[in-house]
Structures are given as structure tokens and as C-alpha cells.
Write a protein that binds this ligand. Structure first.
Ligand SMILES: Cc1ncc(COP(=O)(O)O)c(C=O)c1O
Length: 341
């Protein structure tokens, strides 16, 4: 048995999802003729209380399109310093949108109205890029899956919009946040211009993300998807898996959070771990003591068929997901407790 905790992207389709894929009605989506894609897009827009949605191959693409259609070249995007859009999308913001970024310190990945206010440039001063978008991430991957509540988001959005700023959400793991906050997904649409959600993370679909947006942004989003090479043909096979994931795999995310919490607890009690970040959802990030390296721990994990990833000079990340069950949890806890250096 291999236990893969590198990411929640490693899941395989369940039998039910597989059947939904095989039986999907499909057509050429570049011609706008794939019924399963249309159904998924409608479902996502309704779910988040927005008017339109565009199915894309990846969360990187939905984020990049979102920023591209909300900015002009030379603008500036305000976001947290560890944001996926800045740190892990290959410099896409610079290349695709020709924008600069203003990186905020934040509190476990969450930025505040006060910080945003202090970082808006003076539009009258030609030296400074024009601040045009606030981009939030929920949950925050770099900060062990910390999350915003809807109230926090509402405050940020109301302030940002009063300043003429647009709002983008990287909601790759939005449903993990919603499971904890119990906020209503449908409220989210009020506070953003564009929202990216990933179906291929905790929700367990093999491929796919959706950019949910205002109606007037849809043609631009579709144009940019084409320009970025993201127009897919019989994409209904993938959309059917994504729809199945939305229908069946949201409430079970709580199980992932409970298992991640258990891992965090055990890690905080062993001598070779220096500290564990608070575990709020399905991501566990911990630092190993100075005398050892993450590589050393990872190779001992590998001997026990457990996969994890290095996530900083002394850090390791574990992510729980649909294919990590209670048996695997028991085995992982056992290995963690028995490791010695
Ligand atoms: C927070 C966040 N946003 C966006 C992405 C990008 O998703 P994709 O891998 O589908 O491009 C990821 C991927 O892990 C992520 O963690």
C-alpha cells in the first residue's frame, strides 16, 4: 500500500465518477456544443451566485485568465506574499498580464483591509503602477490551508470596490473553507468579479477548474481561454467528473480535515518535529528539528511507502484527500511515532 500525501491532486476517479465520465454526453466545446460542459458551467455559476462560468484545464489557467481580464498592462495586483498566483504560476502574471504585484505580509496568508489600504498606489503619480485588483486565496495553500470567513471577505470587498479595485478569488480549495466556516457558497458571487475553483483538488476530479465570473466578463474569459490554448473539444468527459465531484464530494471534505488534524496532533508530539502550523483544513505543514533535514524524513517515509513533499528549508507538507482513508491514517501515525533520528 502506497500512501500518497504529497497533494490532494493525486486522487483517482471513484467508480461512481468513472461511470459518470464514461456515460457523459459530449460534443465539441470549442463550438459550444458540449452539453456536459454547459451543465457544469451552469452548476458552478449557480452555486457561487454568479452569472457565468468557463471550464478550463487547470487552476493556473483560471487564475491567469481572471487576472488577465481584470487588469491592463502596467497595473498592479495586490495579494499575499505567498499567493499561488505569484509564487507558483511560473511568473504567469508578468508574462500573461504584464502586471506587477504588491505583496502583503498578511496573517497566515490572509490580508486585511488595513494592509490593502496602506498599499494602494496614488493613481495621480505616474511613477506608480495603477493598483487594480485585490486577489485573495481561500484556503491558503502556503499557510497550511488557513481560511477567510465570508465576513472578512465582505469587508475586504466592500473596501476594495469603494477604492475602484476589482476582486479575484483563487478558490482552488474554497469548499474546504466553506466546510469549516459554514458560510453559503452562493454569497461569494457578491464579493468577487472572478472566482477560480478547482475540481481536481479535494473534490477528486481528474482534471479541471472553472472560472466563475460576471456576465459581461464571459466573452473576454472565453477569448483568453482560447488564446492560452485552453479550448478543449469533447471536454464533457472531464466536466462530467467535475459535476459528479460537486454533487458527491463536498460534504466529505470534513473527513479530510479531521484526518489532517490527527496527523498534526501526532506530529506535534514527536521529538524530531520542531513545530506544526495550525491545521485548519486538509493541509499539514511542519518543520523538522535543526539536526535533521526534510530529505532525511522523506527518505524514511519512502521506506514505509509514504510520500510527502519538502515545503521549505526545514518544512514538510502532507495533504489529506479522498484516497487517504482511516487505515492509511493509522499506518501513517504509526510510522510517525516510530521514526527516530
Ligand atoms: C491555491 C492554488 N491555486 C491554484 C492552483 C493551481 O491549480 P492547477 O494545478 O490546476 O494549475 C493550485 C495548485 O495546487 C493551488 O494550490
Amino acid at each position: 500500500m502506497v500512501i500518497d500525501l504529497r497533494s490532494d491532486t493525486v486522487t483517482k476517479p471513484t467508480p461512481g465518477m468513472h461511470a459518470a465520465m464514461v456515460n457523459a454526453a459530449v460534443g465539441d466545446d470549442v463550438f459550444g456544443e458540449d452539453p456536459s460542459v454547459k451543465e457544469l458551467e451552469r452548476k458552478c455559476a449557480d452555486l457561487l451566485g454568479m452569472e457565468a462560468a468557463v471550464f478550463c484545464p487547470s487552476g493556473t489557467m483560471t487564475n491567469q485568465i481572471g487576472i488577465r481580464i481584470l487588469t491592463q498592462p502596467y497595473d498592479e495586483v495586490i495579494c499575499h506574499k505567498g499567493s499561488h498566483i505569484y509564487k507558483y504560476e511560473g511568473g504567469g502574471l508578468a508574462g500573461n498580464s504584464l502586471v506587477s504585484v504588491r505583496l502583503l505580509e498578511g496573517d497566515r496568508g490572509r490580508i486585511s483591509v488595513e494592509e490593502i489600504e496602506a498599499n494602494i498606489n496614488n493613481v495621480q503619480d505616474a511613477h506608480q503602477p495603477i493598483s487594480s485588483v485585490v486577489a485573495l486565496e481561500n484556503t491558503v495553500v502556503r499557510e497550511a490551508g488557513s481560511y477567510y470567513t465570508l465576513d472578512q471577505i465582505k469587508n475586504i470587498s466592500q473596501f476594495a470596490r469603494a477604492q475602484g479595485l476589482k476582486m479575484h478569488l483563487d478558490g482552488a480549495r474554497l469548499f474546504n473553507a466553506l466546510i469549516e466556516t459554514k458560510d453559503k457558497a452562493v454569497e461569494y458571487g457578491k464579493y468577487f468579479d472572478t472566482i477560480s475553483i478547482c475540481l481536481s483538488k479535494g473534490l477528486g476530479a481528474p482534471v479541471g477548474s472553472v472560472l466563475v465570473c460576471k456576465k459581461e466578463l464571459e466573452p473576454k474569459a472565453r477569448r483568453m481561454r482560447k488564446a492560452f490554448g485552453g479550448g478543449m473539444r469533447q471536454a464533457g468527459f472531464l466536466a462530467a467528473a467535475a459535476s459528479y465531484a460537486l454533487d458527491n464530494h463536498i460534504t466529505r471534505l470534513k473527513e479530510d480535515h479531521v484526518r489532517a488534524g490527527e496527523l498534526g496532533k501526532v506530529l506535534s508530539r514527536v521529538t524530531w518535529v520542531k513545530s506544526v502550523m495550525p491545521v485548519d483544513t486538509n493541509i499539514v505543514i511542519f518543520s523538522v528539528i535543526d539536526q535533521i533535514t526534510p530529505e532525511k524524513v522523506l527518505s524514511k517515509f519512502a521506506e514505509q511507502h509514504i510520500k510527502a513533499i519538502k515545503f521549505g528549508a526545514q518544512e514538510i507538507r502532507l495533504v489529506t484527500h479522498l484516497d487517504f482513508d482511516d487505515n492509511m491514517l493509522t499506518k501513517t501515525i504509526d510510522v510517525i511515532k516510530k521514526l527516530s533520528f
